[in-house]
Every structure is written in C-alpha cells, then in structure tokens.
Design a protein around this ligand. Sequence first.
Ligand SMILES: [Zn+2]
Length: 198
Amino acid sequence: MASQEIETLAAALARLPGLGPRSARRAVLWLVKRRESALPALLEALATVGEALVECDTCGNVDTTNPCGICADPRRDTKSLCVVEDVADLWALDRAKLFTGRYHVLGGKLSALDGVRPEDLNIASLLARVEEGGVDEVVLAMNATLEGQTTAHYLAERLEEHPVRITQLAHGLPVGGELDYLDEGTLAQALRARRPVG
Ligand SMILES: [Zn+2]
C-alpha cells in the first residue's frame, strides 16, 4: 500500500491533461527514485511557474509580464488580430513564426454539451479591442472541430458590423484537428492560405 502522501501526489498529477491515474502513479515512482537528481529541478520549476506567470490582461496569454511579451513587442503588427481558443494554440501558432500580429485568447469554445455560453468566453474583450479601432483583420484560428467551427461562425457574426476583414485558417487542417497537435509546417500552411469567412 502506497502512503497517503504518494496517493495525494498521484491524484494531483492524474488531473493533468494527458495523464491518467496509471501514468501519474508511474511518474510518482520515477520521482521517488530520483529524489535527489530530478526532484529539486522540478520543484524549482513549479515554484517559478507559480510565482512568476501571469495572465495578460490584454490578450489572455500566459507570460512573466503583463502585458505579455507579444502585446508589448513594438515590432508586432497591431492591425492583425488572431483569435485562438486556448493559450496552447497561441503558443503553437507563434512557434510557426508566420503570424506577425497579436493574439486574443478566448479561453475555450462554445459548447452546448458542456454549457459554455458566449459570456463564458473572452468575447466582450475581443469586441472591445476591435471597437477600439486600428484592427484591419481578425483571423479566426479555431480548431477544426465542430465546436471550434461553431465558435468561429458565432464570432464572424458578432464581428460583421465592424469594418474588419474576417479570415479563418484554411482547412487543410485535418478534421477534428487541434492546433496544438499540428506540426509547424501544416500550421504555417493553414495560416498562409487563410481565407475570408462566409
Ligand atoms: Zn498579451
């Protein structure tokens, strides 16, 4: 029988995306065996993340500064705004290094099943950024899932009354594909071939 401490850690790790109870338990055993070599670095990294990372008030990115490095970067094109579901998508797109504008993180996608409504997402702040002016193009970079596309359609409707060009990623994206899992070449291609919504 594992001790209570190990059970608690395994339960906490099992909540991480991609880790089930079995792999969480394996990770705990791995750490116990490397208490001196691997654990201190992990603890330090976790503490740093806990202390230093903040959410950007402007775009919702996670960084060590607020506004984040992307929002604060004067070389970024302020006319283009790329809307993504999650921070992981922002990072995936930015790794592809093709988009030179700024981002807006919705914090999820509309879902009747999970009860996610427009007011649960960062949509009001997106509309506010567009209304502020200076934005020429909004790229809707939702995942190629049913809910992602429902969200994109909803946003396109809400943005219609604003004088901006609305585009979305070309769907050479695999159906059901999530941005974070695509290789950078596929992502770059989808962004390059983006097309008007409608
Ligand atoms: Zn930001």
